[in-house]
Design a protein around this ligand. Structure first.
Ligand code: ZN
Length: 265
């Protein structure tokens, strides 16, 4: 199948970043978007990334996305968002969950939207179902199109359950209506020693003078600490060259550092 895929909103440091509470929409939706594209490409499908990183406003962002989407005739246009306004920063033991939006009940995007909601709900998120709107600009491209509101950035239960890789895999399985493998084939370069995956029980040594430890994966997240050259860190999980380490109190009770400055021991 052929798809346009974009992360909603501009980048976190642009004029139209999305919601920013326990986690930041404009960061997480880009991680999920990239992984959705990687998984679809691995299944030999054609994808076009129609994300707009630095729009001059939210309207400019939407106009540019629609224009980019209309350059390609696709089976589906996919807009990846995270929801907000759950107002559950402390967690009440229950996720607020996933929803998808389509234009109306006749669109060819509707069965995709239903399957994506179901697939994400199988990760444990509450299924808020498919909703309809004739207002949203990205639901008015020339192709069947849908918006995915993966989960809520201001619900601690959603954020605790959320994992970008699992979210992307669930989305792709909903799109394709079959199981896919998320094994990583991008680990074959000689300089990249950290593969995506579990490093629990392993340690690494810091190879740069001072390495910033961040709240979550990415330089857009705040620095919550530092480690120094020669220091050993206890590893947890690597994703796209960002690895979680113990003894810091960021997202999920861990710190996050870039693997370019670590050597596995
Ligand atoms: Zn959004």
């Amino acid at each position: 199948m052929i798809s346009n895929i974009h992360a909603g909103h501009g980048k976190q440091d642009s004029k139209s970043a999305g919601s920013s509470l326990l986690i930041k929409e404009s960061i997480e939706n880009r991680i999920v978007k990239d992984e959705v594209i990687r998984l679809l490409n691995a299944e030999k499908h054609t994808t076009y990334d129609t994300t707009v990183d630095y729009p001059s406003s939210q309207n400019d962002c939407l106009n540019k996305i629609v224009k980019l989407c209309n350059k390609h005739k696709t089976d589906l246009d996919i807009s990846i968002h995270f929801n907000s306004a759950a107002n559950d920063a402390n967690g009440n033991g229950k996720t607020t969950g996933v929803e998808c939006w389509v234009y109306d009940t006749n669109t060819k995007a509707k069965p995709y939207a239903e399957r994506i909601c179901k697939s994400i709900s199988e990760l444990g998120f509450t299924n808020r179902g498919v909703k309809y709107s004739k207002q949203f600009a990205v639901l008015k491209t020339n192709n069947p199109c849908l918006i995915i509101e993966c989960c809520f950035v201001d619900d601690k239960d959603d954020v605790n359950l959320y994992d970008a890789k699992k979210m992307a895999k669930a989305i792709v399985e909903g799109i394709l209506n079959k199981s896919v493998s998320n094994s990583d084939s991008s680990n074959e370069t000689s300089t990249f020693i950290f593969k995506n995956g579990d490093y629990a029980g392993r340690k690494a040594i810091v190879t740069t003078n001072v390495l910033n430890v961040r709240y979550n994966r990415g330089t857009d997240y705040e620095v919550i600490g530092q480690v120094k050259k020669g220091q050993q860190v206890k590893l947890e999980w690597c994703q796209d060259k960002w690895i979680s380490i113990q003894n810091f109190n960021g997202y999920k009770g861990l710190g996050y550092v870039h693997t370019d400055y670590l050597e596995l021991i």
